[in-house]
Design a binder for this molecule. Structure first.
Ligand code: GLN
Length: 237
């Protein structure tokens, strides 16, 4: 890897999609890249702005039902995220952001709302709200150790044949069928807040590896690793 590598991070719609500190996902990517001498440039794209198509990593956070519906409508009309996905960009989306990447999700009255169709998933309204800690064992193909997070959602998510579960649920609810999140190519969606990349450095490094298309030198144990261990212990005992 060359130290001149540079990554453009696009934080999509901070005004609509950014609950539970999801913006921390941006900060941790910047930091873990910098520790490897990789330069990053982050742009915050508000919902009245155009989504650039030349990003390397796009981040979407969680949101309440109405901002989620608005964000889906604007992103559909904008089309930038679709182009970026065609160009092979990495997309990491949390909760409301995850649901709206699919073909459909449930609105505030449970009505079906059209999503972006960027991930082969469909979400609807579950019977009970899923709130609490969540732990999952990641698909071994991704090489990421056990992940932890916090979930707070009404939606349940069904995966189509074009998406694989990100993880198998060890604790918590996730998609509602024993799986958590979904991925296809370089697009990942998850119900994990936390923020997810702060609590799971392995997941952050996976996104960076995909973006630079190269391996990353390992980092010495950090507060992030300790936090992850602490949360696993707190939840699983
Ligand atoms: N509105 C969605 C749901 O309740 C997403 C919530 C969130 O992003 N926390 O399922």
């Amino acid at each position: 890897m060359s130290s001149s590598a540079s990554i453009k991070i696009v934080w999509v719609y901070p005004d609509l999609l950014s609950t539970y500190g999801d913006q921390g996902n941006c900060i941790v990517l910047e930091r873990r890249a910098a520790l490897r001498g990789i330069h990053t440039r982050t742009v915050h794209v508000r919902s009245d702005e155009t989504v650039p198509v030349d990003g390397d990593i796009y981040l979407l956070g969680g949101g309440e039902d109405r901002p989620q519906i608005l964000a889906a409508r604007r992103l559909r009309n904008d089309g930038g995220l679709h182009k970026a996905r065609e160009f092979g960009a990495v997309i990491f989306a949390v909760c409301a952001g995850y649901q709206l990447l699919g073909t459909e999700f449930g609105g505030e009255e449970g009505q079906p709302v059209q999503g972006l169709g960027l991930l082969d998933i469909r979400s609807g309204r579950g019977e009970r709200r899923a709130v609490g800690e969540i732990v999952g064992d990641v698909d071994p193909a991704l090489g990421v150790p056990r992940i932890t997070g916090f979930e707070n959602h009404q939606g349940v998510t069904y995966l189509g044949p074009g998406a694989k579960p990100l993880a198998r649920v060890v604790h918590g609810v996730g998609n509602g069928d024993g799986t958590e999140g979904a991925y296809a190519d370089h697009v990942i969606g998850t119900y994990m807040h936390g923020p997810a990349l702060v609590r799971n450095p392995g997941l952050a490094d996976l996104l960076l590896r995909w973006a630079i298309k190269d391996e990353l030198p390992p980092l010495p144990e950090s507060w992030a690793d300790r936090l992850r261990e602490e949360r696993l212990k707190a939840v699983l005992g």
